[in-house]
Design a protein around this ligand. Structure first.
Ligand SMILES: NC(=O)c1ccc[n+]([C@@H]2O[C@H](COP(=O)([O-])OP(=O)(O)OC[C@H]3O[C@@H](n4cnc5c(N)ncnc54)[C@H](OP(=O)(O)O)[C@@H]3O)[C@@H](O)[C@H]2O)c1
Length: 353
């Protein structure tokens, strides 16, 4: 069989927003053959995978039997459950040790100096199973690492790489709204940010990928956090933010090299525009600004909706960036495979006329 005819047996683990985008991809793409679906929701158990995503029946039934999935023959698992630290790592290692390659936006992301034990466990499981692990997502996993790094090829000098995530959570509702502290008392949230000051460590692989690829070493990372208040009651799909409570959040993480910022991540999340202060960052997008010569700016947005606005596609993109790399991860040598190991990914089966 030629390389272009090769197909890959895949399992979709969890069917939340990210997992559903991946499941749909696997059913529709001729290069992947769906062989298993793991779900936790009892209402989904026993349902055909096609029914879970509004597609014709596939003959593959969703199960909540993790052991059965781990025992199954397959080439690759797209692992996208709710991020539950301890069980996440255990499950990833069991899947890897069973001989299946794992691609995941969750959990211990890429090799990272802050997570040496997790990295060592994943590497050991890859050795045991002769399998590969690849961590990717939209951010971390694409917009804040491989994308800006690729763009530096259009520069002759790089001073600072700034990556900004902008989401209007009123226009693009997400389950994370309350969990992330929207509606909380501003002073309480400032004292106890839901994205803890340590969270940058989960994104550190991405910052380090840029810095190290440019021949630099990050010395330290500083963290800033500010909130904006709702000017009136704001009703959103998951509740109400009362006037005066938190309606906007801005996180800023700066990676320093030789006393100057080299990589800066901003996250602007706002619930509409009745906010004080209102950070006028524009529509949902990832904005990459690279200061240097020549200066560069790149905006990554979803295509326009019928109302002419750009939706935030970060969650489906998180599934798709994993799906499109399945062949390369399955064909890679065992071990942890990073974006840098992959080179330019060449997705297959996307053009279907
Ligand atoms: N790197 C990135 O850029 C990025 C971006 C977004 C999300 N993520 C990560 O991707 C993962 C999926 O995100 P999502 O937005 O799809 O989340 P989601 O919509 O909440 O879906 C998570 C799914 O996990 C399953 N689940 C529910 N409770 C669980 C539990 N207690 N233990 C294990 N699994 C449970 C459910 O699957 P069933 O419905 O099938 O039962 C649920 O639908 C998360 O770990 C998230 O942190 C990463």
């Amino acid at each position: 069989m030629s390389e272009s005819e090769k197909t890959y047996r895949v399992i979709q683990w969890a069917t939340g927003t990210v997992g559903k985008a991946a499941l749909k991809y696997f059913i529709e793409n001729p290069v992947t053959e769906l062989v298993g679906v793991y779900v936790t929701n009892p209402e989904k158990v026993g349902k055909d995978a096609g029914d879970l995503v509004g597609l014709p029946r596939t003959g593959v039934t969703a199960t909540n039997d993790a052991d059965a999935i781990i025992a199954m023959e397959a080439d690759c698992v797209l692992f996208a459950p709710l991020n539950m630290a301890a069980t996440t790592l255990d499950l990833i290692c069991r899947l890897l040790a069973s001989g299946k390659n794992v691609i995941s936006p969750a959990g211990p992301f890429l090799p990272n100096k802050w997570f040496p034990d997790e990295t060592a466990r994943i590497e050991a499981a890859c050795r045991a199973g002769g399998s590969s692990y690849h961590g990717c997502g939209i951010h971390p996993g694409f917009s804040g690492d491989i994308l800006p790094l690729t763009l530096t090829r259009l520069m002759s000098r790089v001073d600072c790489v700034e990556v900004t995530e902008i989401i209007d959570k009123l226009r693009n509702p997400m389950i994370y709204t309350e969990v992330m502290g929207f509606g909380a008392d501003p002073e309480e949230l400032l004292a106890n940010p839901r994205r803890s000051p340590e969270t940058y460590k989960y994104f550190y692989s991405s910052m380090a990928m840029i810095a190290e690829s440019l021949g630099q070493t990050i010395e330290n990372v500083t963290v800033k956090f500010e909130v904006s208040r709702a000017l009136k009651d704001i009703v959103h799909p998951h509740g109400v933010v009362k006037a005066g409570m938190v309606g906007g959040q801005h996180y800023e993480w700066t990676a320093w090299v030789e006393g100057a910022p080299l990589v800066v991540y901003h996250f602007y999340w706002q619930l509409g525009e009745d906010l004080d202060p209102l950070w006028e960052e524009g529509e949902a997008r990832y904005r990459i600004v690279i200061k240097g010569d020549p200066p560069l700016e790149c905006h990554l947005m979803g295509g326009k909706d019928a109302d002419g606005r750009h939706p935030f596609l970060g969650l489906p993109w998180t599934g798709l960036v994993g799906c499109t790399v399945v062949p390369q991860i399955c064909d890679a040598a065992p071990g942890v495979v990073t974006h840098l190991d992959l080179g330019v990914v060449q997705p297959r089966g996307l053009v279907r006329r």
